[in-house]
Design a protein around this ligand. Structure first.
Ligand code: ATP
Length: 309
């Protein structure tokens, strides 16, 4: 799956929004990729381009070597979108069987039900299920055609903790079969826990692309603080890794992109009283990347060695 300089603008000249503003992303076969961004960042619009629901104004989007429309028509792409269709008054098994019958090479129905974790209530009517159960039925529907790529737009938005856990377990079982997954979320932990790679999107642009660890390293500085105990602050900004120094009262706070090196040098200097280290989190990185105003542009190595979907 490849976005090449993709642009999608809504509205007329003068009052237009570039919802997707020059996106270049390549996803390899078998990868699980999270599209992470705040509300209105452009995630759903990017997904609509991928599914052929919208056409890019500029650039191109290709899926499995075809146009998105062709890939969807060939049953190669399954999707679970935000706006739920009305829930039919049929059983789970009836719905999944019907959807499977419309594809050229569907999954056996029992397999789709098992993968989505809905076997237990397969003979219940969908309109009698809980929100979490319904969401997993929607996942079973997306799997029914045996797609190679599945696209999930904020799949766990309305789920409680247990519902989320169960949902991600199902998603990972599907990914382990060698399939490709792209999901959007604004939950950082979900992206970090369930994706091999995170693409952070902000104001329609990709502002970071890499593993959770790489994004943390690139944009989220660790903090090292210690008591000055009356000592001087001279030279602290030149310690290894240090990118910023703040002093509050008698406490120094160093922002560093290599906390180990900073701590080793502080220890050598004997500056260890009340020493505390807080590691960069994906959250600090995400906030830095999507800060209002000029975003910190930090794109980490996106190159994938896997065959492109
Ligand atoms: N059909 C449309 N007409 C006009 N503007 C739109 C349309 N769809 C999206 N937009 C605008 O494009 C921008 C990106 O929206 P999009 O829905 O892609 O973001 P998102 O990251 O999916 O947000 P959320 O997390 O809230 O779902 C927003 O400013 C939105 O208002």
């Amino acid at each position: 799956m490849v976005f090449t300089g993709a642009v999608k603008t809504f509205g007329r000249a003068g009052r237009s929004v570039r919802a997707v503003d020059g996106v270049d992303v390549r996803i390899g076969r078998g990868e699980t990729v999270a599209l992470l961004g705040r509300n209105g960042a452009g995630k759903s619009t990017a997904i609509s381009l991928l599914l052929g629901l919208n056409a890019p104004d500029e650039g191109a989007v290709r899926v499995l070597g075809r146009s998105p429309e062709q890939a969807v028509r060939a049953g190669l792409v399954g999707a679970m979108l935000q706006e739920g269709r009305p829930i039919p008054r049929v059983t789970v098994r009836e719905l999944v069987s019907f959807v499977a019958s419309t594809y050229p090479r569907p999954l056996p129905v029992a397999e789709a039900l098992a993968l989505a974790g809905v076997t237990e209530y397969a003979d219940r009517r969908i309109d009698k299920l809980s929100g979490g159960q319904t969401q997993r039925v929607r996942f079973a529907v997306a799997l029914a055609g045996n797609p190679e790529l599945i696209v999930l737009d904020e799949p766990t938005a309305a789920l409680d903790v247990e519902g989320r856990r169960a949902f991600w377990e199902s998603m990972r079982a599907y990914a382990r079969r060698g399939n490709t997954v792209l999901f959007s979320t604004h939950y950082l932990e979900e992206a970090d826990e369930n994706a091999d790679r995170i693409v952070v999107i902000d104001r329609g642009r990709v502002v970071a692309d890499g593993s959770g660890a790489a994004i943390k390293d690139a944009a989220g500085h660790s903090q090292v603080s210690f008591d000055l105990a009356g000592g001087s602050t001279e030279g602290l900004d030149r310690l290894p890794g240090v990118v910023a120094v703040e002093v509050t009262g008698d406490r120094a706070l160093l922002r560093t992109d290599d906390s180990d090196a900073t701590v080793v040098e502080l220890a050598r200097l004997g500056l260890v009283r009340g020493l505390q280290v807080s590691r960069a989190t994906l959250e600090t990185a995400f906030l830095a990347l999507t800060a209002p105003g000029d975003a910190v542009l930090a794109t980490t190595a996106p190159a994938t060695e896997k065959e492109t979907v």
